[in-house]
Structure formats: C-alpha cells, structure tokens
Design a protein around this ligand. Sequence first.
Ligand SMILES: [Zn+2]
Length: 431
Amino acid sequence: MTDLLSLSSRIIDEGVDEGPVNRITQELSVLSDHWSIVESFSHVVSLKTEEGLVCFDTSLRQTAEAVIGSIRSWSTDPFHALIYTHGHVDHVGGAALFINEAQERGDPRPRVVGHENVSERFDRYRLTSGYNLTVNGRQFGGLRGMMEGVRLGGAQSFLPADTPAPDLSFRDRTRMGVGGIEIELRHARGETDDHLWAWIPATRTICAGDFFIWNFPNAGNPQKAQRYPAEWAVALREMAAMGAELFIPAHGLPIAGAERIARVLNDVAGALESLVRQTLERMNAGEPLDQILTGVELAPELLERPYMRPLYDEPEFVVRNIWRLYGGWYDGNPAHLKPAPESRLAREVCALAGGAAALVKRAEELAEAEEWRLACHLIELAAQAVPDDRAVHGVRADLYARRRQSETSLMAKGIYGYASRTSRAIASDRD
Ligand SMILES: [Zn+2]
C-alpha cells in the first residue's frame, strides 16, 4: 500500500493522530497503476487511460499551475477530460489552466464534464460575486491568498471569468468510456445541488468529491447556499454499498479496503441521519428554532472520530440548515418577525442597564466564566448602542479573539476572527 493509504488505514483503524489529514502540499502520490492524487485545495485526482488522463476536479486558479506540474511528473499523456465533482471554485477554478496547457502542447481540448446544475451555479456566482468574496474573506480569514478571488484583466471576481462550463452534462446518471475504462457518474444533492460522485468498476474506485472531507460534513455552512443533509446521507449509504476497494475524496486522505470504506461512510451517514431525524421530530412537534438548537444532540464520541471532527463545519449549523430546508425563515419568536433595527434595541437595553459600560462589564464577567454565547450578546448590544466608542470596540476585539480560540470549527473561528479584526481596527484608529 502507498504511504497515503497506509496512513489513512492507521488513522481509521487505530485512531492515531499523525498531524493534519487535509494537506495542501501540491505533491503527487501514486495510488495504483491507474490512479494518482495531488493534495491541494481541492485535490486533483487523475485516472490514467489509453486515451489520456481523466482528472476529477481542477483545484483553485491559484494552485492549478503547481498541480499540473506535479501531474506531469507522473504522466505526460494529454488531458482527455476534466470532471467537476461540483461547481465550487476550489474544484473548478483551475480548469482554464488545464485547457491552456492542452492548447500549448497541441493536444485536443479536454472535455469538461459536470452535473447540469453547474452552469446555474456559475450564473449565481456572477450575480453574487461581491457577496461570495466577502464571505470567503471571513470564512478563510487565515488562508491568505487562497480564496481571495481572481483578477483577470477587469474587476476581481469570485469565479475566474474564463472558467469553462461543462460541455457534457447530465441529470441523474451517465456513463462514459475512456480508453476502454468505464466511468459511471451519479448525481446526488449533498454539499451542493450540482454534486456527482464517480464509480469506476474496473478498479473498484469511488471518486467522492466533497461527500466525504475528513471532517464533520460541510452541511451547515452559515454563509453559503442551502445544503442537503438527508440526501447526502443517502448518497453515502449508496457509496458504502458499492464494495469499493479505493475511495478518493477531494479533501483529506484516500482510503483503501472495502470494509474500512463502508465503515467510515456509514458513520458519517448515521450522524447526518440523526441530525435530520431529531430536527424534523422537533419541528413537527411545533418547537421554535431556539429550542431545537439547544435540544438536538449527537453522541460526543462520534465527533471524536478522526474523520468526523467538527473542525470545518459543526452539527449546530447543520441543524439550522435542516430548519431552513424544510421550514421558513421565521424562527418562532414573534419579536423577530418584524424586528426593530438592532441599534434601536441596543440603545434601549443600554439605557435600561445604566449605560454601555454596565453591559461591557457584565460581558467581561461572562467571558471570564466562559459563557461565550451570553458574553457576545451583551458586547454586541454595547457596540451597537455606541458604535464609535473605541474602548467598547477594544473589549469586543479581545472578546471575539478569545471566543475564536475556544471554538473548533473553521466557520465559527472565521466569523469571530473577522469580528475581532473589525473592532480592533476601530479601537486602534487614531484621528
Ligand atoms: Zn471542496
């Protein structure tokens, strides 16, 4: 077995913690005679056939050149096809560079293959480019340069403007034969509505895209479009039943062995199913969102498995997405239906408390007791009541920096880190 596969086996079987499993090295590892992977953001997984290379995903615009260089150390065959597992920028952003490389070498243009909803996603990205740039600046605040959008001649855009839409798309399932190797593409909604996973019977391999990411599934992302936890679980169960011997996700390590692959997929499916079941039961019983958020639970030992840790997304956010998917935006609190502007409410509460300083003092006490949720409410009220007060923003900056430390998920850390930086800038502004 290759290094990556024996590493993933050890981590899954023995629970050993050998450092990060999601690596962005741009290095290629050979997985078998047919398969290689370049660990990047996202990975690029290549299948060698007699008609050329079939690549699953193309990484980011910023990393694609290095990725292509690594693939070329393994094979100089032309790129026959680029298959988008879904339309997220870290999977499609590098595609134009693969196509340019083919052109420079005088190879035929690689075919681009993806689900039929990929084009609609690209349209949406063009409509919401500024929003998505802002969101990724918050979400990936620590990964400078990686997710910052691309400037190609004109304005900065979230999706590189020359990203090709699929030439070949499908709705539910399709098959393609390349160099005598059959590739079966199956659509399922999960992280996105344009996701596919691939089954290659000849090598008993699954390319899973982001259905499995070596973290708690990204099914709740607070700043992004709808995710589909129930359908995600169905897809994972379907993959688990295939008897695959090699499983290659687009983030994290590849996994070998049918039993091991089925075990991890069924584990993740079970966690998602439990969140959906609990949330729907409570929705059907008429509970408001607030009560559901505090009531739904997963067994803590599930979240300790090395491929289910809430380091990227987290269950609480998934519950909110389940509510959003099956319900309306009204959360059950009538004051939230047509609320006062937040600053008006903040000034009222501030006046009742005897001034912003009282709120700040209590926020600091609560932070000392690690009552982060309450502490943040109070510091927000103070900052909204006196938005130009540097001292208040100084406390707010410290409080969110500490809360960031106390959180596990990148999504929570990103948002709290952004809040902290915003207040730090106001607090240190000298005029
Ligand atoms: Zn991804």
